[in-house]
Design a protein around this ligand. Structure first.
Ligand code: ZN
Length: 297
């Protein structure tokens, strides 16, 4: 099962997170039927969002939204405290030829735009506390660098972010996926940052290590080298949406009586597709009739 861990390193002056997200990204790719380049983009965003949200508390929700002017359009990932994550991609078929050397041209399908981070709390309880929103222009479009750029510019946290998705030509398409995030706290010794940078430079690729069986903690060790660390929390991770038939009914009902009446008369039903998980909800005549009866009562 996929896993997300977080902890502290170097006498609590460095915050560290690592995740294995192979099954989660596979599920996202299966649901959205993404092209190879779009699969890598969505997988990196999902993994980065999980890492950034590693210490979310109950009722917290973290959303990372890339508003892209490129062919992929908007790209969104959303996670909550229990490790559930979901993702949306405007154009799942966005694709470009691989670059020389075989890298997927994620930057090419994203292009320019904005990188937004939204932190909310208590939303599900109906507590409408003002969400925190931080936005920076897209720096590289390769996503890992964009997380690092966001952390630096918006939260003043120097960090290293590694996000990887390795693909194969046949199902289940995703061979391995995961990542590491290392954040320097204000008390961190600058020499530690240099050491970590050097270790990362010489470390094997995250996706290769995961393919060969590395755990989330193994990834951390790989990137920290001789630096001491302690794990403070770990949780399972999976792709799961919070949509449901009931929510689809509520949404249709919210369109108002006239609209529902016309759906009933003209279409004899209504169909809704969830953007986050591609689940299709079909309401038949009886369902629409029930909505109208409720509105009248
Ligand atoms: Zn859904």
């Amino acid at each position: 099962m996929d896993k997300l861990i977080h902890g502290l390193a170097s006498d609590s002056t460095v915050r560290v997170m690592a995740a294995i997200t192979t099954d989660t990204v596979r599920e996202a790719v299966r649901r959205h039927q993404t092209s190879p380049t779009a699969s890598v983009a969505l997988g990196r965003l999902i993994t980065g969002t999980l890492l950034l949200g590693s210490s979310l508390k109950e009722f917290d929700r973290l959303t990372v939204k890339i508003e892209s002017e490129g062919q992929v359009g908007n790209l969104v990932a959303e996670t909550v405290a229990d490790g559930k994550v979901r993702g949306y991609i405007k154009n799942p078929l966005a694709d470009l030829p691989q670059r020389t050397g075989g890298a997927f041209d994620v930057r090419g399908i994203i292009g320019k735009g904005m990188f937004n981070v939204i932190r909310e709390s208590g939303f599900e309880l109906g507590l409408h506390r003002e969400p925190y929103k931080g936005s920076v222009p897209i720096e590289s479009g390769e996503i890992a660098e964009d997380f690092a750029h966001y952390l630096m510019k918006s939260e003043q946290i120097p960090s290293a972010v590694l996000l990887g998705v390795l693909l194969q030509p046949e199902a289940p398409f995703v061979t391995s996926a995961g990542g590491v995030m290392i954040q320097m706290l204000p008390t961190a010794d600058p020499n530690i940052a240099v050491m970590i940078e050097d270790t990362i430079l010489h470390a094997p690729q995250v996706t290769t290590a995961i393919k060969e069986g590395a755990s989330a903690e193994d990834l951390l060790k790989m990137m920290l080298g001789v630096i001491d660390y302690e794990i403070l929390g770990e949780k399972g991770v999976k792709f799961e949406c919070n949509c449901s038939f009931d929510r689809a009914v509520q949404l249709i009902a919210s369109l108002g009586k006239t609209e529902v009446q016309s759906m009933l008369e003209e279409d004899k039903g209504a169909t809704m597709t969830c953007g986050f998980c591609s689940t299709v909800y079909t309401l038949d005549e009886n369902d629409l009739q029930r909505i109208l009866e409720k509105e009248n009562s």
